[in-house]
Design a protein around this ligand. Structure first.
Ligand code: PDD
Length: 287
């Protein structure tokens, strides 16, 4: 049996859910999204994702078609009806389907936005065996647009980056601009040197990860030193540890960058510890 998904106010079997071919998400990538993790049937960092969603919409002059409370209710209902224990909820909001193709934005009074949500079940997600061994990354040039702080559905280049990594026998790619790492294809990037956690500072060059915010908060609470600044691939290869964070990967050690082992080439102590703290605290705060 397929999933029950949410489309514009209706809960439907996934094969009955439809969006117009004129939808601007489809024709223009004119849409934003969020991915909220689910652990033990509860939502992780829901408020953070809802706040970032509102900001993404506002930065693109899109209205917010669903209230915070309704959004939470839809997330919870989808988790409930689909019996999701571990996994995530994907949400996408586009500028709607004006009935033809046009570069000019449609009048929001005449064209309602499209709201789609669906669940992804990933049993045992938090106990991923990958977290024990870490992942390998390659570096590629960051040729994405300049507003990476907005979580748009323009994911072709990140998707190509993952394919380049796969072809190279690796798991993911780190994006490099003007000699410094911006972030991973779908995650934020970090290194650890002499006990200090280094990650790129927030501006429009990177997505302001919800997991990043939580992990840095927990790190500071645990008296770990954090420095927010750009770093190079060479610096990362010479670091003691490297890792990534995202809603779906939590904290994941990176053990190899462009064929060079990071530290001993196995997960160190900081990333696994942060993963443990993040999962424990997130589970406690889940709603
Ligand atoms: N990706 N940077 C990029 C480019 C991302 O796409 C993501 C999230 C992150 C991490 O953000 P957060 O911690 O809020 O998940 C950073 C999601 C998970 C995705 O596209 O599936």
């Amino acid at each position: 049996m397929g999933r029950i998904v949410y489309v514009n106010g209706e809960y439907l079997p996934e094969d009955e859910a439809k969006v117009s071919i004129f939808d601007r998400g489809f024709l223009m990538a004119d849409g934003v999204y969020e991915v909220t993790s689910v652990l033990d049937g509860k939502l992780i960092d829901f408020d953070g994702h809802a706040v970032r969603l509102a900001r993404s919409l506002s930065e693109l002059d899109m209205g917010n078609p669903i209230s915070h409370e309704d959004l939470l209710a839809v997330h919870r209902e989808l988790v409930r009806v689909n019996d999701v224990v571990d996994g995530g909820v994907y949400l996408q909001i586009t500028r709607g389907a004006p009935g033809d193709r046009d570069f000019v934005f449609p009048d929001p009074e005449e064209t309602p936005q499209t709201v789609v949500l669906f669940t992804q079940s990933k049993p045992g997600m938090a106990e991923s065996p990958q977290a024990k061994v870490g992942i390998k990354v390659i570096s590629i040039e960051d040729i994405r647009w300049g507003r990476r702080d907005i979580k748009t559905v323009q994911l072709l280049y990140p998707s190509m980056g993952k394919m380049m990594a796969k072809k190279a026998g690796c798991d993911d790619a780190w994006l490099v601009e003007d000699g410094a790492v911006t972030e991973g294809t779908s995650n934020n990037a970090y290194i650890v040197k002499g006990g200090k956690i280094i990650t790129r500072n927030l501006n429009s060059d990177i997505l302001h990860g919800i997991t990043r915010a939580a992990v840095l908060r927990f790190a500071r609470e645990a008296q770990m030193e954090v420095e927010e600044r750009p770093f190079t691939i060479e610096e990362a290869q010479n670091a003691d540890e490297a890792f990534i964070t995202s809603a779906s990967m939590f904290v994941m050690p990176v053990v190899e960058i462009d064929g060079e082992a990071v530290g001993e080439g196995v997960p160190g102590s900081v990333a696994p510890r942060l993963r443990e703290i993040y999962l424990e605290e997130s589970r406690k705060a889940a709603i």
